[in-house]
Design a protein around this ligand. Structure first.
Ligand code: GRF
Length: 209
């Protein structure tokens, strides 16, 4: 089977990006990270990408006169690199609808909660865990889902629960959930690489290998 060409979008430290590099190295993922894009020129994840020999690009809407110009550049970039799968790993900007539609069921995101709970605009990073603790939820977790044109609303692919402990802080909860993220994101990518994802409406079925 040919290697899958992956583009990863990042905005922060890149620990999820690192876990994907790791699973490629073990041979578990028959893929290659052709491109890492960040809206932040100083994102540590871009340095991580460079250290792994991947093309690392700073690309942000504010570099363009208007949305269509940004959208066209982004689409051309993905097409030039023959990208098969787009992975949003801690990416904090909305992907233009035209790009989402071009990569329907070929663009996935990792969110540090059990969607649809504690998702949507403004709920990212520590804000998610603060909201979970504020609500008094007993269970949180992580979700990998297909990206659609709204924040965190696409069909879930993999979810895993994480208990909320009485003495949890946003940091302690985030740390345990991040460990789950580092497992389920590569798992979802493996399913995609193996063509095991069967999407019917909002339901994503994992076909046997
Ligand atoms: C992760 O918690 C992810 O769920 C959220 O942003 C964080 C990214 O962390 N979207 P990293 O940059 O992958 O370490």
């Amino acid at each position: 089977m040919p290697k899958l060409n992956i583009a990863v979008f990042v905005s922060g430290r890149g620990s999820n990006l690192d876990s994907i590099f790791g699973q490629i190295k073990t041979g578990r993922l028959n893929a290659s990270i052709a491109l890492v894009i960040s809206n932040r020129s100083d994102a540590p994840a871009l340095d991580l990408a460079r250290s792994q020999g991947a093309k690392a690009i700073h690309l942000a809407p504010n570099q363009f006169d208007d949305e269509p110009a940004y959208q066209e550049t982004l689409l051309n970039l993905l097409q030039t690199e023959n990208i098969d799968l787009v992975v949003l790993a801690g990416y904090l900007k909305k992907i233009p609808a035209a790009v989402v539609n071009q990569y329907k069921h070929k663009m996935i995101n990792i969110h540090p909660a059990l969607l649809p709970a504690f998702g949507g605009k403004g709920l990212y990073g520590r804000y998610v865990h603060e909201a979970v603790l504020e609500f008094g939820a007993k269970i949180s977790g992580a979700t990998v889902h297909f990206v659609d044109t709204e924040y965190d609303t696409g069909p879930p692919i993999v979810q895993e629960c994480v208990p909320v402990l009485d003495d949890d802080t946003p940091e302690s909860l985030a740390k345990r959930i991040l460990e789950v993220e580092h497992r389920i994101l590569p798992q979802a990518i493996e399913y995609f690489c193996n063509n095991q994802l069967d999407v019917k409406g909002r339901r994503v079925y994992i076909k046997k290998k």
